[in-house]
Design a protein around this ligand. Structure first.
Ligand code: ZN
Length: 544
């Protein structure tokens, strides 16, 4: 028998958490067709994997690559990390549905995240159908903030009955078209205006369609435990999978709370609730600069905010509130040195500078500096915020309840997406966990870390034929050299691919990264939720 590709002599980790075994892996027509020691098959291509780890392709459960994939379909920064599937549309932000009279509103709203993306009128079904060919697989979520913008703009109140019905109708259209579920961004307007009841109504519709709920918690800093409970309450009420995305206990006052939060999550899991969290292995997060200001500053949309920021009395109030409560959703930081300009479309010369540094340069107060900056950048600035404790990061890497998700976009060395200073997690998340926390520091085992990137993730997402190296599964495979696979991207020099010249990555049986070089292939597919609740790009088998 002749197969298309034979991966020979590697140590195979199947993604279940089981230890690695010496085996060959055969691939034919995009699927895994045989796995076992010394298969002795002939093949069109043999990949020599001696000394290498062979794992299922990593599933990045938490990304915003919907903002970059359409203009960067090769997704280099993800593929080079071994990522073969991305889940997009998180934190309440999705680029669809977009109603004809709301195009500018949505474009303005998402500008700090997607400054280079064209927006147009689009239903969710059309969004999925017209998604361009890409190198990675992608599964899409419907964003709650986007639903709210469509149904009621930036209104700071509960929806009327008609508005609620409108949101439900748009969500239903998305779920029927194949969206994996609903995402929420309860930390920022307008998602933050939703009370628990609104989210419950939406989650019940998700339940009817066997979908899942992915939530950026209402508060990741001083109110993180109550916010986590709100997510657990949804899992209890709706019996759907709930994913607490990019979990963190942000702000110096909340350091050390992660163990307690994970315990709370484990109690819910032990009681039968289907709930996980995910995390990135860094002590800094990233956000639009405007989102770290008190929520009242952002009311009414970007233009209203920019006008407000010119007023000295407003600035005084911001100064006072930030001193008292810390940054919105991020908590207290040690100093303004911990807020670093990352991507700044209108003032690119300042990327990499901190607010403290800029303030010093200008001989101004940091809050005035920040307000001036936002006005000059028309609200579009993104920043990095160092606010998480290293011990808490380790706790998350150890925990079986925490999956690995980058919260990063796919970007590249070249083209429009190579601009600015993005968070290093865009380039480094997965090799950082494997190279730094597993190989160097042995925070957890290699088999467990791979499980948290593959099998556990596929189970959470109900991917029916991905996430494990098993015969019959789609051939998403990541091959890397465990001694050298390591993130090289840093805050100062983020646009760097990971170390590892032998890294080879296959998506749907096609080699996309060949010895650390992108082949240009675009074999990724849009993954959709089927009526039985499972997720893939082909129809589920009848016996599922
Ligand atoms: Zn988020």
């Amino acid at each position: 028998m002749r197969c298309d590709i034979l991966i020979q002599g590697g140590t195979v980790y199947d993604g279940t958490g089981a230890p690695g075994i010496q085996a060959d892996v055969a691939i034919t027509q995009g699927h895994l067709t045989a796995i076992g020691p010394s298969l002795g098959l002939s093949a069109h291509r043999v990949i020599d994997a001696r000394g290498l780890v062979v794992a299922p392709g990593f599933i990045d459960i938490k990304t915003h690559s919907d903002f970059t994939l359409p203009i960067n379909p090769k997704a280099e920064s993800k593929l080079r990390q071994g990522v073969t599937t991305e889940i997009i549309g998180h934190c309440g932000f999705s680029v669809a549905p977009c109603l004809p009279d709301k195009v500018k509103l949505l474009a303005d709203y998402l500008n700090p995240s997607a400054p280079w993306l064209p927006f147009r009128e689009m239903g969710f079904g059309e969004y999925l159908d017209s998604f361009p060919a890409t190198s990675v697989n992608a599964g899409m979520l419907v964003g709650h903030n986007t639903l709210r913008l469509m149904a009621m703009g930036m209104a700071q109140r509960a929806p009327t009955e008609a508005e609620m019905a409108h949101m439900l109708a748009l969500l239903q259209e998305g779920l029927q078209a194949g969206a994996l579920g609903l995402s929420s961004g309860l930390f920022t307007s307008p998602g933050a205006y939703a009370q628990a009841d609104e989210m419950l109504q939406l989650a019940r519709l998700v339940e009817q369609h066997h979908g899942a709920y992915f939530t950026h918690l209402r508060d990741e800093s001083n109110g993180v435990m109550a916010a986590l409970q709100e997510a657990i309450d949804i899992a209890r009420a709706c019996r759907i999978h709930v994913q607490v995305v990019h979990f963190k206990c942000s702000g110096v006052d909340n350091w050390g709370q992660t163990a307690r939060a994970l315990e709370q999550l484990q109690v819910a899991r032990d009681a039968g609730m289907d709930i996980d969290c995910d995390a990135y292995p860094y002590t800094a997060g990233s956000n639009p600069l405007k989102n770290i200001l008190p929520q009242w500053v952002q009311a009414g949309g970007v233009d209203a905010m920019l006008e407000r920021l010119a007023d000295p009395a407003t600035r005084e109030r911001i100064r006072h509130e930030v001193e008292r409560d810390g940054l919105n959703n991020w908590g207290r930081i040690a100093s303004w040195d911990d807020v670093r300009i990352s991507i700044t479309p209108h003032q690119p010369q300042h990327a990499g500078k901190t607010i403290a540094g800029l303030a010093q340069e200008r001989g101004m107060d940091p809050v005035d500096t920040l307000c001036d900056y936002l006005r000059a950048d028309r609200g579009a600035t993104r920043v990095l915020i160092t606010s998480i404790s290293e011990d808490d990061v380790r706790e998350l890497i150890r925990s079986p309840a925490a999956l690995i998700g980058s919260d990063g976009n796919c970007v590249s060395h070249e083209g429009v997406v190579s601009q600015g200073m993005p968070h290093p997690r865009f380039y480094g998340t997965f090799p950082r966990v494997l190279g730094r926390y597993v190989h160097r520091e042995q925070v957890t085992t290699l088999a467990h870390a791979i499980f948290k990137m593959t099998g556990a993730t596929a189970r959470a997402l109900r991917l029916r034929d991905r996430g494990l190296l098993r015969v019959g599964m789609c051939a998403d495979v990541t091959i890397f050299e465990p001694d050298v696979f390591l993130d090289l991207s840093t805050y100062q020099d983020p646009h760097r691919y990971p170390a590892g010249q032998r890294t080879t990555v296959l998506v749907n049986g096609v080699v996309v990264i060949d010895h650390a070089q992108h082949t240009g292939a675009l074999p990724g597919r849009v993954l959709r939720r089927s009526a039985d609740g499972s997720v893939g790009f082909t129809e589920p088998a009848k016996n599922l």
